[in-house]
Write a protein that binds this ligand. Structure first.
Ligand code: ZN
Length: 225
């Protein structure tokens, strides 16, 4: 029996990965991390989506330590999410170590439940410049986890080379475009569905959707599978 664990935030990308995983694996578990992120609405959205999709196991893990260590606009209410980049070229929403920690903890969880696949919605194409969303990083950590736990493990990144329009196309191909559009929370200001329309995350999501809706057939055809 094939078993996968999805790193699940309740946003557009991880929800699309979850829908795809439910089609491809016999059993799918979701893991959501509570790191005191800007909006606990994220965790509520994740819980609701898991219930709606009939995910058998949804674990919400407390990683408050990350909030304590990593200072970012996503972990501190008094730092506004900015469109400007910091001196190091990264946006102030970058949470250092976030995916290192999340994928490592998910690796431990997968080990415990006997799953050999982890799925994460990280993406290098339209990404915000986060270094821990890069393919090279994921492959390196995948190798480290295999060596560290002496067990085969695959970290799948189905969205790695898709742009946002193609991610919408994938949701549509899975018959769930409206579901993803209405139920997911991507907005940095905590507004569900189409969002506040004014934060960097909403900008990216909206531009992708408009691009997809304007040229559906060609973008659907561009999906490699
Ligand atoms: Zn927003």
């Amino acid at each position: 029996m094939s078993k996968a664990v999805v790193v699940f935030s309740g946003g557009q990308d991880s929800t699309t990965c979850l829908l795809d995983a439910l089609n491809r694996f016999d059993e799918v578990h979701c893991v959501t991390f509570d790191y005191g992120q800007r909006h606990d609405g994220e965790i509520q959205a994740a819980e609701r989506i898991c219930q709606q999709l009939g995910v058998p196991v949804h674990k919400v893990l407390d990683v408050g330590l990350l909030n304590q260590l990593a200072i970012s606009s996503l972990t501190r209410d008094n730092i506004a999410v900015s469109h400007e980049l910091m001196d190091n070229g990264l946006p102030n929403s970058f949470v250092p170590g976030r995916n290192i920690l999340f994928l490592t903890l998910t690796g431990i969880y997968a080990y415990q439940v006997g799953a050999d696949t982890i799925i994460t919605g990280v993406c290098e194409t339209d990404f915000s410049g986060y270094p821990d969303c890069r393919d090279e990083f994921v492959k390196a950590l995948n190798k480290a986890l295999e060596l560290g736990m002496d067990r085969p493990l695959i970290i799948e990144t189905p969205l790695m080379w898709l742009n946002k329009a193609q991610t919408w196309a994938l949701a549509d191909k899975l018959g769930r475009l409206d579901f993803v559009r209405q139920q997911t929370l991507t907005c940095y200001n905590g507004v569900i569905g189409d969002g506040c329309g004014d934060c960097p995350s909403c900008d990216l999501r909206k531009a992708g959707l408009e691009s997809y809706l304007a040229d559906k057939d060609a973008i659907l055809a561009s999906l490699s599978r």
